[in-house]
Design a protein around this ligand. Structure first.
Ligand code: UDP
Length: 264
């Protein structure tokens, strides 16, 4: 397997399928089956789901509500989606745990990093609900943060588009897809991958992101098996971490580390 531990980010909107609101049962089962396929191979899977199919904090004003209250409503919406995915996975025989950033003790465990790690080590699919548990954040930020905390190898951002394009492919038919891109290029070109907080967290922690089409059957499996799917975002734009070191620098670095070892 290319990745041992992944963090899969799914948007709430994707769960709507062809509906206008809420959860599409068929789509939910499809996602659960995709997750099962990789979990059964021994890949440790953590999942963050958004809540946009139910409520987003930014909608609060339109309802005449307080923004912070709206954000908490959004967080609770993610817990509803997480519970649905948990149930779908368990129906398929996959052990799961739902850990929430907001304490809701009847239905989920509180988020405790060490507990999350233990669950992952035991092969349970860990679903992180309620984002990071604070208003003014998004579930993309939660995905980046939790991925860093549990030392995931990669953030897999499942969307309905098959990667990062030069422009929005749904609006501009001439848009082309990047197979790979660097964090810096994404920022220079002002491409919309994740919100800035989420993106910066990944960049600063050298955590690769892959944006891919989650609705295409088998894509998640292909990704963990190392096939090129979607767009890979890294420091250097190349797939292997070793390639992040410029070849011309590598011998010097080796020398520096062996000198340090000798001195020690
Ligand atoms: N939210 C929040 N803090 C978080 C995560 C989410 O306040 O850490 C709220 C926020 O209002 C957001 C909503 O929950 O709009 C639903 O999450 P998001 O918009 O990220 O869902 P998605 O767009 O992925 O469906």
């Amino acid at each position: 397997m290319k990745y041992n531990r992944i963090l899969l980010k799914l948007s709430g909107e994707a769960l709507m399928g062809r509906q206008q609101y809420g959860i599409d049962a068929e789509r939910l089962m499809q996602y659960a089956e995709e997750v099962r396929a990789v979990a059964q191979l021994g890949v440790q899977v953590a999942v963050v789901i958004g809540g946009g199919n139910i409520f987003r904090g930014v909608q609060a004003e339109a309802f005449g509500l307080d923004r912070v209250q709206g954000d908490y409503m959004g967080m609770l919406a993610t817990v509803i989606n997480s519970m649905a995915l948990q149930s779908a996975l368990e129906k398929l025989g996959i052990p799961t745990r739902l850990l929430s950033g907001v304490t809701i003790q009847r239905v989920c465990e509180p988020y405790i990093r060490r507990r999350a790690l233990r669950h992952l080590e035991k092969g349970r699919v860990v679903i992180f609900g309620a984002g990071i548990g604070s208003p003014y954040f998004t579930t993309d930020s939660a995905a980046s943060l939790r991925a860093i905390e549990v030392e995931a190898d990669v953030v897999l951002k499942g969307t309905r588009v098959d990667g990062i394009y030069t422009a929005d492919p749904e609006k501009d038919p001439s848009a082309t897809r990047f197979p790979q891109i660097t964090f810096d290029e994404v920022m220079e070109k002002n491409l919309n991958v994740m919100d800035m907080t989420a993106f910066t967290l990944c960049k600063e922690n050298n955590l690769p992101i892959i944006v891919f089409d989650m609705n295409k059957e088998g894509n998640l499996l292909k990704l963990v098996q190392g096939e090129t799917v979607g767009t890979l975002v890294t420091m250097s734009g190349t797939p292997t971490p070793d390639a992040d070191v410029e070849p011309s620098l590598a011998p010097d670095l080796k020398q520096a580390s062996s000198t340090q070892a000798e001195q020690a």
